[in-house]
Design a protein around this ligand. Structure first.
Ligand code: DC
Length: 225
């Protein structure tokens, strides 16, 4: 049976990660969270006390950095220069600096090469901002997930609370809108819906409904190919 590529793009906190992970599990596919790679790079920038707006220094640092996603059974580890950083990249300091770091074209060039290498055999669900437009424009199934910003902020708040971090929903909503603005207005590979992507508004959907929708579409494509 053919192993397809599923691209899931969309703005911050639109539910991509949870959904992509479950879709991959149901199909027996690998899940690649490309945002985690940009987060690992942003963590390295922070650790080196480089401003997240210093394009030149970030580009140089990227050339000396290894970011890998390593599959470990059902779990994918984020490895920065040989060190696992899966938890650290979710901290608010990283979240607040990742968007500017991800605008640096050299960073994107290196990450995209790595993503294309991981996905070339198919049997993969990649989530990010530019998967359907740049990384795999020929992906057999493209989903563009959206949700209203208040709902996205509430979801992010609950996720952080589980980790013992409390941030007011209004503040999260502001941060999410700022990231959306940087992500969609940047010059290189901005966040946008691919012309052949299916838009899925998750504001009023449960995770199960989102997963079911995508898995059903994927199974149809797999059966036909
Ligand atoms: O999905 P996320 O929120 O963890 O992503 C973190 C940041 O990385 C996001 O602000 C934009 C950037 N990103 C990107 O530019 N391209 C991708 N394919 C994935 C993420």
């Amino acid at each position: 049976m053919k192993k397809i590529i599923i691209a899931i793009d969309g703005p911050a906190a639109s539910g991509k990660s949870t959904t992509a992970k479950l879709v991959a599990a149901q199909l027996g596919y690998l899940h690649i969270d490309t945002g985690a790679m940009y987060r690992a790079m942003a963590l390295k920038v922070l650790r080196n006390n480089i401003s997240s707006n210093d394009v030149q220094k970030i580009a140089e640092l990227a050339g000396k950095t290894s970011v890998r996603l390593v599959s470990n059974g059902g779990y994918v580890k984020v490895v920065l220069d040989g060190e696992e950083v899966s938890e650290e990249i979710r901290m608010p300091e990283v979240t607040n600096s990742v968007s500017p770091v991800s605008t640096v074209s050299e960073v994107r060039r290196l990450m995209v090469i790595e993503q294309q290498t991981m996905g070339k055999e198919g049997g993969i669900v990649l989530e990010g901002r530019d998967i359907g437009t740049v990384v795999f424009p020929n992906a057999e199934l493209k989903i563009f997930m959206v949700a209203d910003e208040h709902e996205r902020a509430v979801r992010r708040m609950k996720e952080l609370e589980l980790k013992g971090v409390t941030i007011p929903v209004k503040e999260l909503e502001k941060e999410i809108l700022e990231r959306d603005k940087i992500d969609s207005e940047r010059a290189v590979s901005p966040l946008r819906k691919a012309h052949d992507a299916i838009e899925l508004d998750t504001t009023n959907l449960s995770i199960e409904q989102q997963v079911e929708f995508i898995v059903a579409k994927a199974k149809k494509i797999i059966a036909k190919s």
